[in-house]
Write a protein that binds this ligand. Structure first.
Ligand SMILES: CC(C)(COP(=O)(O)OP(=O)(O)OC[C@H]1O[C@@H](n2cnc3c(N)ncnc32)[C@H](O)[C@@H]1OP(=O)(O)O)[C@@H](O)C(=O)NCCC(=O)NCCS
Length: 187
């Protein structure tokens, strides 16, 4: 996997290029998150739907959000060459949510993750972003198998995974006394 250098070691013009999109779709631009996205992440991670279906990351301030970004998505870009990305409307660069790939110790293959602010649900944006991320995973990253995990009651997410070609495989726990989750696989 590509190993990305720290932003601080990159000259300014290249740093700007790094903020360009990872991929584009008809309506969306998907790009790497930076610490400057802390205000958006603070809001998204405190949405009741995010806390219910994904979990409470304990991000309560802009500083918390910056720490989350550094230790999560930004560290993942450096370690694996991929991570969660920001999903924006191409028109006006309005941030809608996040979508991308994670590599967790407990799983043998990367898994796809997505979450949008509720006002952007039911317009096909999550599907558009996730389909493009799956194509990127296969064509650019060369991944032959991608997983997904959801809580038992997350039917909206399961419906989207079905449309993306994922199939339910089994129930799993990420920690011995953790919640039982559904594991889906594609490929
Ligand atoms: C999971 C989540 C991203 C799904 O978002 P979504 O907007 O429902 O997903 P989609 O992009 O597939 O949108 C599908 C809906 O848009 C509608 N739609 C409208 N315009 C559309 C278009 N141009 N193209 C496709 N669908 C369109 C579809 O008909 C469908 O409507 P329906 O839900 O009434 O059947 C969102 O619910 C979310 O952020 N949840 C909280 C976080 C979460 O649970 N993340 C997953 C953790 S595993």
């Amino acid at each position: 996997m590509a190993c990305m250098p720290d932003d601080a070691s990159i000259p300014e013009p290249s740093r700007k290029r790094q903020r360009e999109s990872v991929l584009e779709t008809a309506r969306l631009s998907v790009r790497r998150l930076t610490e400057e996205d802390a205000p958006f992440i603070l809001r998204l991670l405190n949405e009741p739907s995010f806390i219910e279906f994904i979990g409470d990351r304990g991000v309560r301030s802009l500083d918390d959000a910056k720490t989350y970004l550094r230790a999560g998505p930004i560290a993942s870009y450096q370690q694996h060459g991929f991570g969660l990305y920001l999903v924006e409307l191409r028109e006006g660069s309005v941030a809608l949510g996040i979508c991308g790939l994670l590599k967790r110790e407990q799983l043998d293959h990367p898994d796809i993750g997505f979450s949008l602010l509720p006002e952007f649900w039911r317009q096909g944006y999550a599907r558009e972003a996730a389909e493009a991320v799956m194509e990127y995973a296969r064509e650019t990253l060369g991944l032959t198998r991608v997983l997904a995990i959801t809580s038992q009651q997350n039917e909206r997410s399961a419906g989207l995974l079905d449309k993306l070609g994922f199939r339910f495989e089994r129930n799993i726990r990420m920690t011995p006394d953790g919640e039982e989750l559904k594991l889906f696989g594609a490929g």
